[in-house]
Design a protein around this ligand. Structure first.
Ligand SMILES: Cc1cc2nc3c(=O)[nH]c(=O)nc-3n(C[C@H](O)[C@H](O)[C@H](O)COP(=O)(O)OP(=O)(O)OC[C@H]3O[C@@H](n4cnc5c(N)ncnc54)[C@H](O)[C@@H]3O)c2cc1C
Length: 502
């Protein structure tokens, strides 16, 4: 007997996009949030620098935020979505504060604003100094607990979208007891985050396997701009380390951090004379990659030693402490850094209300391609995207609530293998292939080789339908890796974070 659950709305993902959407949904609607791990795990909890927003309505400043976003995105951005994001920033930040999220303030109560790469003025709000995500998500989770209409299911992973005639009807979930549950809903929101788990080094948690994107792809939903994978220039470098990499926030460069190669020479002037270390991430990552090549090294340094220990301990308490625990006093020594996977600019294609190409299916946050990031995301615009478009999706769901009713669906008769397989070697190979051939510099012959290797694994995995979380994660990883490589092959020119050598 199959277990069936029914909700008005289900949200896959409990990061900023998922939780903010849930909190904005009408209290009369029954909402289920499903997360594949603990609620406190995911990129939103790791965000350091902050959230970009012109909080006070000033048309010139808003126009500048719009232009900075387009410039960082190499003008590949969707102008309409970008304008909506910068114009609706203030309204959504005020809403966050109103519901109980605390940002860092000056003694007079005004919000403290910092600067980051690609921004021409101080418009980044933060919380807990450099621990914005953890503070913000902690506040939001407590608020969530007060909402009786929202049920949260932790450690329950969605594996497939149920659909008929291009209309989404629900999802199949593997629950905590490792059983198959059919979860039906009038509206389904994908907020499953990024793809860092397909690279050897990423600032993301390894649970970021692109699940939502791969599930949507299997359901025939349009996926776009996947070649635009953003590599953060300053992951904390540890020799031979793979997996989750600690991030040295952009805000360190915002506060005057200088990049030096291993010979101690400042180099950004060669690559971007005007913006230097505050150039957007694609420019800085590509510059570091080149500098590492020229100096036969696998890292460079970030130098913030001209700031006092007191300033650094107050402004960057998390980074200061982390580096100290790893043997570096950043007030006296350079920080070793190298570029690592950080963020996916593309994803499940949506319009400005979060609709995907499938009826009743929405996508928000990092898994979505709203088009606001273009070919390269401007720092701190990601959290902003989560709230602006999460708010819009909730608004639309509220408007349509009177049409909701019982979902009638003929459940598919899926047959799963329950045999034990070990997918570790495939995962290792996916990460190797992506880190070698799908990294900062891409070449036609490498992309073709990557496609061949990944296609083999994709077909082998598709042949066996194993009922396990590990199987689905591996299938999802190879699926998104393959889409990235295919879309990277299609885009012949270098633009934003997609750099083609040949
Ligand atoms: C170290 C770090 C620092 C960052 N700093 C900043 C910053 O300062 N400013 C900024 O704007 N951005 C920053 N970013 C980017 C930003 O944090 C993310 O893009 C954003 O938080 C993504 O939010 P999300 O809600 O889309 O996804 P996430 O917060 O990653 O949440 C994804 C959720 O989906 C769930 N999930 C995934 N797959 C499934 C499945 N199959 N079934 C059920 N649930 C599933 C997960 O369990 C999780 O709850 C940073 C990112 C990192 C990693």
């Amino acid at each position: 007997m199959k277990e069936i659950k029914q909700f008005d709305v289900i949200i896959l993902g409990g990061g900023l996009a998922g939780i903010y959407t849930a909190l904005n949904i009408d209290a009369s609607l029954h909402v289920g949030i499903f997360v594949k791990d603990a609620l406190a795990r995911g990129s939103s909890n790791l965000a350091q620098g902050g959230i970009a927003a012109e909080v006070n309505w000033d048309e010139t400043k808003i126009e500048e935020h719009y232009e900075d976003t387009l410039r960082a995105g190499a003008y590949v951005n969707n102008p309409q979505a970008t304008r909506i994001m910068v114009e609706e920033a203030s309204k959504n930040i005020k809403k966050l504060i109103e519901i109980g999220v605390h940002f860092d303030t000056n003694e007079d109560g005004s919000l403290i604003m910092t600067l980051e790469g690609g921004h021409r003025s101080r418009r980044i709000l933060h919380a807990g100094g450099d621990d914005t995500g953890a503070h913000m998500m902690h506040d939001l989770r407590s608020i969530l607990n007060q909402h009786q209409n929202i049920d949260i299911y932790e450690d329950e992973m969605a594996i497939e979208i149920l659909h008929n005639d291009n209309k989404a009807l629900g999802v199949i979930v593997i629950n905590q007891q490792n059983e198959e549950v059919y979860v039906l809903a009038n509206k389904i929101v994908l907020a499953t985050g990024g793809i860092g788990g397909i690279y050897k080094k990423s600032t993301n948690e390894k649970i970021a396997c692109g699940d939502g994107i791969a599930m949507a792809y299997r359901a025939g939903v349009t996926i776009k701009n996947m070649e635009f994978v953003q590599f953060h220039p300053t992951g904390f470098y540890v020799e031979d380390q793979i997996g989750k990499t600690f991030l040295i926030s952009e805000a360190v460069r915002g506060e005057g951090g200088i990049l030096r190669n291993i010979e101690g020479v400042r180099f950004m002037e060669k690559y971007d004379k005007e913006r230097m270390e505050l150039a957007p991430r694609d420019v800085v990552s590509q510059a570091i990659h080149r500098e590492m090549f020229d100096t036969w090294s696998d890292h460079v340094y970030l130098d913030i030693t001209h700031k006092s220990k007191e300033f650094l301990m107050n402004r960057f308490p998390t980074i200061y402490q982390y580096c100290l625990e790893h043997g570096i006093d950043i007030s006296k020594e350079y920080i070793p850094v190298s570029p690592v996977e950080h963020f996916l600019c593309g994803g499940i294609d949506t319009d400005v209300s979060g609709h995907t190409s499938m009826q009743n299916l929405y996508a928000i946050g990092e898994c979505a391609n709203t088009g606001v990031h273009g070919a390269n995301r401007l720092a701190s615009n990601s959290l902003l995207e989560c709230i602006v478009f999460g708010g819009r999706v909730a608004e639309e769901i509220n408007q349509e609530k009177d049409t909701f009713g019982k979902i009638n669906v003929v459940l598919p008769d899926l047959t799963f293998t329950h045999k034990k397989f070990n997918f570790k070697d495939i995962r290792v190979e996916i990460r190797d292939v992506m880190s070698k051939y799908g990294f900062i510099v891409r070449k036609e012959e490498d992309l073709l080789l990557a496609k061949k290797l990944l296609t083999k694994h994709y077909h082998n995995l598709k042949k066996i339908n194993v009922f396990s979380r590990y199987y689905y994660e591996t299938l999802n990883m190879v699926t998104v890796a393959l889409i990235i490589i295919e879309q990277a092959l299609e885009r012949k020119e270098s633009i934003g974070c997609h750099f083609r050598l040949s």
